[in-house]
Each structure stands twice: as structure tokens, then as C-alpha cells.
Design a binder for this molecule. Structure first.
Ligand SMILES: [Fe+2]
Ligand SMILES: [Fe+2]
Length: 250
């Protein structure tokens, strides 16, 4: 459903009561998209606020599905403008909402910048939203930022995978079952946004062990399929890159 004709912002249900909000932009050569995910439940969660300047568009899209004032959590994978630039704008509108992030993000940035203290999650800690349950997984530096981590929604087996599998371009179906690894690797090799630490492959294998059925990507289409296989394939593609980094470090 298009919620803003001028920007092309849309909202679509990609799993049971999990909605992908997506806005295409032309500021990146070749086009790009910024996605946020809304989990509608007793305690609704918006995973990523979108950039501050995109706030009116994301608010409008959330409002098409539920009152923004009902939000309980505004989550983030790591501290960047597209993840949390509009965090305080949402906190101002939703009086009981708090930021939801990992311990490191809360300690380093969120508890200073956000207008209300974060609900900071330990690695492996879960929060019941209602029929949905989200579990936090620390993934430091994967794909980037010390404080990085992801939420895994257990009811729908959806991994809110942030910047993993980032696909360029501004025209995407809300959810696909076709290959996203090829397009995301084209993006990564052109503009590598990975930190490439020794922890990268173990983190990807840990995410694969969850066996997600849906990958809720922050840029491009969401994806449905064998998430474990796709994450392991990504880990194996990255192996030579990271072996080279390790060799350089020695
Ligand atoms: Fe990022
Ligand atoms: Fe991002």
C-alpha cells in the first residue's frame, strides 16, 4: 500500500503482523531504499526510525496501520542516522515508547542522545511483545559498528537483519523469494560496508542456527526462504576476504 504518492513510501505486511515500510531515494547513485519494520502487537515495536528527515513519511506509513502513539519500542541495530535519526521524534509522539537496543549501544550513544533511557538488552535476552517475541543477538562489527546486533522474532521466524543483504536500487518488491545474495554482493563489493573482523563468520553462523524463514532487510526487498542456507553462503563468500584481512594483520 502506497502511503505517500510524492515520495513513493509504502507499507506492506511481509509476515504475520510484521510490516515493511519502504521509501525509495535517489541520493545514492543507482537509487536506494530505506526500510523500517513495524511489529503490531500488544507492545508494538518499530525496528529503525528511518533518517530524521524522513520522519514525516515513516510516521505517515505507521499511521496507516496503527496509531503512532501506541508504540512501545523504537528499536535499532546500531547507531546511524537511518537506524535511529528520528528516534526522538517518535519518542515525542508515543509517550510510553522507549528505545530498544543492545547494552553497548545504550552505553555508548543511545542513553546520551535519546530523550528517554533505553531498554537495553543483553545478548540472547528476549522481550514478549504479545504474540510476537523478539530476541536480541549481539553481532559486534557485523556488518559494522561495535554496538551492532539484530532482533530475531520467534513467532514468525523473522530475522530483522538490518544492513545484512543490502540491495541497491530503488525499485523492489516488498518481499521476494528470488536471489538477494547476488544483488547484495554487487553492492558490497562496490562499496564495502563490512568491518571484516575475525568475529564475522562465527556471528553469521550463529544467526544461521536460528533457521530464519524471513530476512527483513533494511535496504531492498525482504526475503523468504531458507535463511540458514543464505547466511552460511554469505559466510563462505566472505571467508577469503577475511582470511586476507587476517593475513595482513599478522
Ligand atoms: Fe549501518
Ligand atoms: Fe542501514
Amino acid at each position: 500500500m502506497i502511503t505517500n504518492a510524492a515520495s513513493g513510501t509504502r507499507i506492506d505486511e511481509i509476515a504475520d503482523r510484521i510490516y515493511r515500510i519502504s521509501t525509495p531515494v535517489s541520493t545514492v547513485p543507482g537509487g536506494f531504499t530505506f526500510n523500517q519494520y513495524l511489529i503490531v502487537d500488544e507492545q508494538p515495536l518499530l525496528f529503525h526510525s528511518g533518517p530524521r528527515r524522513m520522519f514525516p513519511l515513516v510516521r505517515e506509513a505507521v499511521s496507516a496501520v496503527m496509531p503512532v502513539e501506541r508504540l512501545s519500542f523504537v528499536g535499532l541495530s546500531h547507531f546511524e542516522a537511518d537506524e535511529c535519526g528520528a528516534l526522538n521524534e517518535f519518542l515525542a509522539l508515543a509517550p510510553s515508547a522507549v528505545p530498544l537496543c543492545g547494552r553497548i549501544a545504550a552505553m555508548v550513544s543511545v542513553d546520551d542522545v535519546a530523550d528517554r533511557p533505553a531498554r537495553a538488552l543483553d545478548d540472547g535476552e528476549a522481550i514478549v511483545l504479545g504474540r510476537h517475541t523478539v530476541r536480541w543477538l549481539d553481532t559486534p562489527h557485523v556488518p559494522h559498528a561495535w554496538e551492532c546486533g539484530f532482533l530475531y522474532e520467534e513467532h514468525t521466524r523473522t530475522l530483522l537483519c538490518g544492513d545484512l543483504f543490502t540491495q541497491g536500487g530503488s525499485e523492489h518488491e516488498p518481499i521476494v523469494e528470488t536471489d538477494i545474495l547476488g544483488p547484495s554482493e554487487a553492492m558490497r563489493t562496490a562499496l564495502d560496508y563490512y568491518a571484516h573482523s575475525a568475529a564475522t563468520r562465527p556471528a553469521l553462523h550463529r544467526l544461521a542456527a536460528l533457521a530464519p524463514r524471513t530476512l527483513a532487510c533494511m535496504h531492498g526487498s525482504a526475503w523468504r526462504g531458507d535463511g540458514a542456507a543464505l547466511l552460511r553462503e554469505l559466510a563462505s563468500i566472505l571467508e577469503p576476504v577475511e582470511r586476507a584481512v587476517e593475513a595482513t594483520a599478522v
